[in-house]
Design a protein around this ligand. Structure first.
Ligand code: ATP
Ligand code: MG
Length: 568
């Protein structure tokens, strides 16, 4: 490809509305353009990368026995009513009505449609297991679309759905998909980690996410330093090894005027934050309030809290006015002593003695409080986020926490959709049985952003070879003025093309600096420069995207040198 025949449109300035580096670089390098909130056009350069991600996924899915199909983006409401998700899904589901007043949605995911296809097409256990997949556009009306294609409203997903006669078969395919995902992410050339995960609104039991590791990732991942344990912090069990000591202090009501946050209280009373409790009030079912008590230095995990019986789903903190009305004080003065609503206490909060907590009167706290003496023995639950240094839940090692971007998610759905939509087959004995299902997603467009998030420097994007839009840039200096340069560049360009090398010849009349910075910004892994001065000595210049210095090469060695570089 020559730049004169391509649409290369780079920006010098960092767009003001782009918060994270991948979003900034995707705009600056001309990979995407915003149409409206969460809606992006993939420009030719960006599309080349997106297609590479797709190609790797497609190849590995085909190798793993997946069968590609393509389902409609628009789905009839009836199917979603059958599964119950028309009501459950909430405002993320974009609903529309056609000219006949029939309801539809734009698919955020395709469990319903695939299950409908299955029940119409597949009749016998002999046709199982079967694994269908597609690479298709999804729409989710995200509450906060942001970070460009990382959290868009319309995005490209690979979604696969497998059907099975029993759990053993599902487990086998699930394990096979786990391995296939590992191969896919290996081929992307990205640093990633599979982790245990929550199955969210898609439902089902076992589930793993695949995360690309990057500091800006929205998810926190906990992993053990001594085993394979790795989990989304949302799911990681918090282990408390501490045992509660006997009370030493007596209970005392103290004035804490104007001190509201845990750190203010701890400092004001000169106690460690670990010796304080915080009391959070969640909405329960039927307008009831429920208290969740944690150690002052710990954070509530709402995914865990939502699983407590009686807590409203989706999880919601109670409103400050409602708290004041029902409990008689502001949020900063709450505590579990003589609090007449259901109270659930985190394991670590239940293991401390002589602690400080709010007195349920404004500007008052109680010190020297002890479970079992000043208030009943706690109702213990696991509701906090794990922190760095916690013991690993598998009993091996301690946890570290890194940030990740969720790019893939696999689930065992069991019979959640197959029983709702009555997807059955006849078994060996001619008996009708409900099938088991698995589903397997990869955020194709998010992978592109995640790759950039992980691989960039001050000059721009650094593509791994497998995703690079072009492998080699040819930068001729004075292409339009020097016949010698033009000849050498065109010759080498043609050689590369004949060998099937994905090469971009920059034939724009630009200064060398501007040309180089564009090629670096768009992240082409290898660059060759032809100049009249060099050519007169039968030389050219090579620089790898991450090399500090360029190196001179004899023209005669160039082809072999590049061949080596591209194969390595
Ligand atoms: P998240 O937790 O990031 O909202 P999710 O768990 O809702 O994602 P899944 O239903 O598991 O997403 O979808 C499969 C994959 O699709 C995700 O792993 C992610 O890579 C991608 N994905 C989900 N939502 C978006 C989005 N709004 N924009 C881009 N990619 C997305
Ligand atoms: Mg997910």
């Amino acid at each position: 490809m020559k730049t004169s025949c391509f649409h290369l449109y780079t920006l010098k300035e960092t767009p003001a509305d782009a918060e994270i580096i991948s979003h900034q670089l995707m705009l600056r390098a001309g990979l995407i353009r915003r149409l409206a909130s969460g809606l992006y056009t993939w420009l030719p350069l960006g599309l080349r990368i997106l297609r590479k991600v797709e190609a790797i996924i497609r190849r590995e899915m085909d190798n793993a026995g997946g069968l590609e199909l393509l389902m409609p983006a628009v789905q009839p409401a009836e199917l979603w009513q059958e599964s119950g998700r028309w009501e459950q899904y909430g405002p993320e589901l974009l609903r529309l009505t056609d000219r006949h007043q029939r309801d539809y949605c734009v698919g955020p995911t395709h469990e319903e449609v695939i299950t409908d296809i299955f029940r119409c097409e597949i009749k016998s256990y002999k046709q199982l297991p079967i694994n269908f997949y597609q690479i298709q556009t999804k729409f989710r009306d995200e509450i906060r679309p942001r970070f460009g294609v990382m959290r868009a409203r319309e995005f490209l997903m690979k979604d696969a759905y497998s059907f099975h006669i029993d759990q053993d078969s599902l487990q086998q395919t699930y394990d096979h998909m786990f391995d296939t995902y590992s191969r896919i992410f290996d081929q992307f050339g990205l640093k990633y980690r599979p982790v245990n995960a929550d199955s969210g609104s898609i439902g089902g039991s076992a589930s793993n996410e695949f995360h690309v590791l990057a500091d800006s990732g929205e998810d926190a991942i906990a992993f053990s330093d001594q085993s394979n344990y790795a989990s989304n912090v949302e799911m990681a069990e918090a282990i408390c090894t501490q045992t509660r000591e006997a009370p030493q202090q007596s209970r005392e009501l103290v004035e804490t005027p104007g001190q509201h946050s845990i750190s203010e209280i701890a400092e004001f009373l000169s106690v460690a934050v670990e010796k304080t409790l915080k009391t959070l009030i969640a909405c329960g079912e039927k307008n009831q309030l429920i208290a969740l008590v944690l150690r002052g230095d710990h954070d509530l995990n709402t995914i865990k809290a939502e699983k407590i019986p009686g807590i409203a789903s989706p999880f919601q903190m109670a409103d400050a006015d409602e708290i004041k009305k029902q409990l008689g004080c502001d949020i900063g003065s709450l505590g579990p002593v003589e609090l007449n609503i259901p109270i659930f206490v985190d394991r670590s909060a239940a293991a401390i003695s002589d602690f400080v907590c709010g007195a349920n009167q404004n500007d008052k706290h109680i010190t020297g409080v002890n479970w079992g003496r000043d208030l009943p023995e706690p109702n213990i639950v696991d509701i906090r986020n794990v922190v760095e240094g916690d013991p690993s839940p598998d009993g091996k090692g301690i946890l570290s926490i890194v940030r990740g971007i969720e790019v893939g998610h696999i689930f065992q759905l069991g019979d959640k959709y197959s029983s709702a939509l009555n997807a059955t087959v006849l078994d060996e004995n001619g008996k009708s049985v409900i099938t088991k299902m698995g589903c397997y997603g990869i955020g194709v467009s998010r992978v592109v952003a995640a790759a950039i998030e992980q691989n960039n420097d001050e000059s721009g994007i650094i593509w791994p070879m497998s995703l690079a839009p072009f492998h080699l840039a040819i930068c001729p200096i004075n292409y339009h003025k020097s016949e010698l340069v033009k000849q050498a560049a065109d010759d080498f360009y043609q050689q590369c093309q004949q060998k099937g090398i994905e090469v971009l010849l920059d034939d724009r009349p630009l200064r060398p600096g501007a040309m180089f910075s564009d090629m670096e910004l768009i992240g082409i892994p290898h660059r060759v420069v032809f100049s009249e001065r060099g050519l007169k000595q039968s030389q050219c210049e090579y620089k790898g995207r991450c090399d500090d210095q360029s190196q001179d090469l004899a023209i005669d060695d160039l082809a072999e040198f590049i061949k080596q570089k591209l194969s390595g």
